[in-house]
Write a protein that binds this ligand. Structure first.
Ligand code: NAD
Ligand code: IPM
Ligand code: MN
Length: 349
């Protein structure tokens, strides 16, 4: 029996609700197989901060890093909660994990599953992956402000783009395109962000020379948002920086039937650190504790996790069970647990 040590961070709001369903699915798909998941729970997030004042201690980080993989629900409190002003859970916890564990590929697939009532009248076949850079860009946090609160305040957030960091994620995106439909779209804003955009463009052009069979395309990010709505089936692999990737993937989620379906992997492809799988959505304080959250994104994140661990069969079984459930969903409202149970029942059938 192979044992996988999994760090589980349920987090805040709907995080624990959707993670409970994801864990049921993980149990069901590995039951009777040669693989055993051994989970360690980490209580982290806004709730923990309000209790103890800790966001992510060095001990937490070291303990998490010693696992084989991480499953995370969502972290963060109600936006604007004054008690969380100094905590900055997003930077101090989520981004800290992504940066410290060198999750340089933020993999965010979007697929319009048959039967999903999306917002587009004629969506076509939507099946693309956004490869979002995960450790650089404007997320680095090297900004600052001076003369705060005065009429002469200056506030900066610099976008950091290194040749090393851009090249490694671009190479990953090309390799992924090779295994898919061999189309790669770089998204940036080279017309305005000439330095940051320039390095991305030059590196994509250089790596493209090694992949003559991949059709390479470039779009400014504003135009990309148009095509994601008017012609999303034109996309196969999109590669972009941390901030553009964040924005595009919420849009992609909306276009493919809602943020409740969008899964992601924060991947360290080299395997030096554990990769982390999480729904794209946040803690949704507006519906937390009401069993109204859709756990599908968390469950599909389990499929990404299984695939990453080389458990392709198990991963496909989860995806298939989700697809089957989605196909018969219609618009009947079900509780978070009812959706999880229905998917588990398909896996156990
Ligand atoms: P959000 O994604 O939490 O919610 C946006 C909207 O989508 C809300 O109306 C919510 O009810 C709905 N929604 C989200 N997930 C859903 C699901 N599974 N099923 C049904 N509806 C769902 O975004 P927000 O409101 O901007 O952020 C809330 C908090 O979460 C903030 O503190 C934010 O920083 C944090 N956040 C965390 C993560 C993460 O942990 N990865 C990601 C995004 C936001
Ligand atoms: C996401 C979230 C995070 C991001 C926030 C909460 C830091 O929006 O995972 O998409 O911007 O990456
Ligand atoms: Mn986001």
């Amino acid at each position: 029996t192979r044992t996988v040590r999994l760090a589980v961070i349920p987090g805040d709001g709907i995080g624990p609700e959707v993670i409970a369903e994801a864990e049921k699915v993980l149990d069901a798909v590995t039951d009777g197989s040669g693989i055993r998941f051994e989970s360690t729970r980490f209580s982290l997030g806004a709730a923990r901060y309000l209790e103890t004042g800790d966001t992510l201690t060095d001990d937490d980080l070291a303990a998490i890093a010693s696992h084989d993989a991480i499953l995370l629900g969502a972290v963060g409190g109600v936006p604007g909660d004054p008690r969380l002003k100094d905590a900055n859970i997003e930077r101090g916890l989520l981004l800290k994990l992504r940066f410290e564990l060198d999750h340089y590929v933020n993999l965010r697939p979007s697929k319009l599953y048959p039967g999903v009532p999306g917002p587009l009248a004629e969506p076509g076949d939507i099946d693309f992956v956004v490869v979002r850079e995960g450790t650089e860009g404007p997320y680095v946090g090297n900004g600052g402000s001076i003369r705060r609160g005065t009429a002469h305040e200056i506030a900066n957030e610099t976008s950091v783009n290194t040749a090393f960091g851009v090249e490694r994620v671009v190479r990953y995106a090309f390799a992924l395109a090779e295994r898919r439909r061999r189309k790669l779209t770089l998204v940036h804003k080279t017309n305005v962000l000439v330095h940051a955009g320039g390095i991305w463009k030059r590196i994509v052009d250089a790596v493209a020379q090694e992949h003559p069979d991949v059709a390479v395309d470039y779009l400014h990010v504003d135009a990309a948002t148009i095509f994601l709505v008017t012609n999303p089936s034109r996309f196969d692999v999109l590669v972009t920086d941390n901030l553009f990737g964040d924005i595009l993937t919420d849009l992609a989620g909306a276009v493919t039937g809602g943020i409740g379906l969008a899964a992601s992997g924060n991947i360290n492809p080299d395997g030096a650190f554990p990769s982390m799988f999480e729904p794209v959505h946040g803690s949704a304080p507006d519906i937390a504790g009401q069993q109204q959250a859709d756990p599908t994104a968390a469950i599909l994140s389990v499929a990404l996790l299984l695939d990453h661990l080389g458990l392709a069969d198990e991963s496909q079984r989860v995806t298939r069970a989700v697809e089957e459930d989605i196909a018969v969903r219609g618009d009947t409202a079900r509780s978070t647990a009812a959706i999880g149970d229905a998917i588990v029942a398909r896996l156990r059938a």
